[in-house]
Design a protein around this ligand. Structure first.
Ligand SMILES: C[S@@+](CC[C@H](N)C(=O)[O-])C[C@H]1O[C@@H](n2cnc3c(N)ncnc32)[C@H](O)[C@@H]1O
Length: 247
């Protein structure tokens, strides 16, 4: 709790992102990721592997943009740093572990931006010298706070936010790597499904290159006899996956 409070009070974040709840979410993500380190390890390894594969056979390695960089847990940062001339980390909040990890690296830039604003993906991931854009476990997170704020007044809001992010990725000239959770299952201790949630608000993605489960909240994390398991999809090359899915 004290560590959370330290992060909450000292992490640099614009007032709007504090007030909007993003800083709180970032602090909770850090503490949950540390509590669930062992349970999350296979998911993080899978995500990092997809990102590393996305770097293969790129004709040029000038700028890499990471959307939703967060704690850099699901991104093989050293792998990227060894390949790209420049790295831009984009998130609504840059927590201390990431700030410390990139300290002293003159080719790494932290960009603080709300990626739900109109045109945000093109603004951050476009540009002639960008060769790889990674959307790192961000897509399902984008609607959470706006949907909670809007209550039931705008039932299509979540779907619009998800679609706008995907449309933005599809319009980028660079190679795009997408890693996202798509569905949450709640299970009891007998493995019975007790609830299911579509994390993408009705958006159906093309067939992924890789798919795996993420033990997001093991038994005892949010409830003693329930656990939350997410299904995750990974795309080494989003443009190619979209092209494959065309009739
Ligand atoms: C599940 S975390 C994944 C983070 C990161 N890839 C990692 O390895 O820690 C989702 C990230 O999305 C960021 N995020 C949520 N809403 C955002 C928004 N509207 N704009 C930019 N980033 C956002 C959060 O701050 C968080 O860092």
């Amino acid at each position: 709790m004290l560590i959370d409070l330290f992060h909450y009070l000292t992490t640099p974040a614009p007032w709007a992102h504090r007030r909007g709840g993003h800083l709180r979410e970032s602090v909770l993500l850090r503490s949950r990721s540390r509590r669930c380190r062992a349970a999350w390890a296979p998911h993080l390894a899978q995500a990092r592997a997809v990102v590393a594969q996305a770097c293969e056979e790129l004709p040029r390695t000038r700028i890499c943009v990471v959307l939703g960089s967060g704690l850099l847990d699901d991104v093989p940062f050293e792998h990227l740093a060894a390949r790209f001339a420049e790295i831009r980390l984009v998130d609504v909040v840059h927590p201390w572990p990431t700030r410390w990890a990139v300290r002293g690296r003159s080719n790494v830039t932290l960009v603080t931006a709300d990626l739900t604003r109109p045109g945000a993906v093109l603004a951050e991931g476009g540009g002639g010298s960008v060769d790889l854009v990674i959307s790192a476990n961000l897509l399902s997170q984008l609607p959470i706070l706006p949907v909670a704020r809007s209550g039931a007044s705008d039932p299509d809001l979540g779907g619009r936010i998800v679609r706008a992010h995907l449309d933005g990725l599809s319009r980028l000239a660079a190679r795009v790597c997408l890693v996202t959770d798509v569905e949450q299952r709640e299970e009891d201790r007998d493995g019975r499904e007790t609830d299911r949630l579509d994390l993408l608000h009705g958006e159906i993605l093309p067939r992924p290159d890789e798919s795996w489960t993420w033990d997001l909240a093991p038994f005892g994390e949010t409830a003693r006899h329930r656990r939350l398991v997410h299904r995750v999809q990974g795309y080494r090359d989003w443009h190619a996956a979209c092209a494959r899915s065309q009739p």
